[in-house]
Design a protein around this ligand. Sequence first.
Ligand SMILES: Nc1ncnc2c1ncn2[C@@H]1O[C@H](COP(=O)(O)OP(=O)(O)O)[C@@H](O)[C@H]1O
Ligand SMILES: [Mg+2]
Length: 294
Amino acid sequence: MNIIILSRSSALYSTQSLYRAAAMKGHFVQVIDHMYCDLLIEDGMSKVFYNGYELQGIHAIIPRIGATATEYGSYVIRHFENRGVYSVLKSESLLKARNKFTCLQILSRNGIPIPNTATTNYSEDLDGFLELFSEHPIIIKLLNSTHGEGVIKSDNSSVSATLLEAFLNLKHKVLVQEFIKESSGTDIRAFIVGDRVVAAMRRTAVGGEFRSNLHRGGSSTSIKLTNEEISLAKKSARILGLQIAGVDILRSNKGPMVIEVNASPGLEGIETTTNVNIARSIISLVERNSKFRL
Ligand SMILES: Nc1ncnc2c1ncn2[C@@H]1O[C@H](COP(=O)(O)OP(=O)(O)O)[C@@H](O)[C@H]1O
Ligand SMILES: [Mg+2]
């Protein structure tokens, strides 16, 4: 098969892992930077150009779209979709999952338990808005952040109001969420490929940190999920139309809760923690779903 990995760099762990897995199965693989693709709609035909050449004869794409490239990345994916090329990540699913508030709205509508969450668009009565939460600390999150970078724990309402005011004035969209204190410093990442959880790990933050992201220095171990967590992870991915997903779950006193679903989850942490060759499962998924047959 002729496979494209859409990625900003062939030096990234996930890109290399996918490249190796595809090449080992005898596929022709190219790494293409989606930010340098030109997109043409000509006489109703969608055409993708890279370095001046039109990309043709492609059977499948594996998009690895980072948080700063969501919008343009979705254009590139949609162009391939318009040509009938199989993508492991649908453009619409990327857009639904990437915005944390949109994602939680869709999950909650479909019965997935999530922490109490709110958002606001104006800053005139932030004290009133914050009264929607009966107690502090609360969590404030930038809607398009990753790696724990835009996730803040605020211990009192005057700090919360100041932070919200600053973000709203800067036109940064945020959500406010109840702090699940019983899970502080740990979360679970369930990795979905197709309709299965292929690997899962528990991440634990270091020191007094409450964010368990590995990019924040957290550590990780393989973990066996409960049946409830497995079905929650699978259902969350299915609702968003994701065939590959990293579902982040908190173990709360009220049961497991989903905090976010990553549409382009990294492979490094999960592969090295669990020793599962996830890239190989992803290539098998591509083989099963692409229209190309030998
Ligand atoms: N409501 C919450 N209560 C307690 N901890 C949280 C909450 N939301 C996030 N966290 C912690 O912060 C980390 C990052 O939050 P997350 O929503 O997954 O954003 P990111 O996209 O930056 O990973 C989580 O892995 C978890 O450890
Ligand atoms: Mg996360």
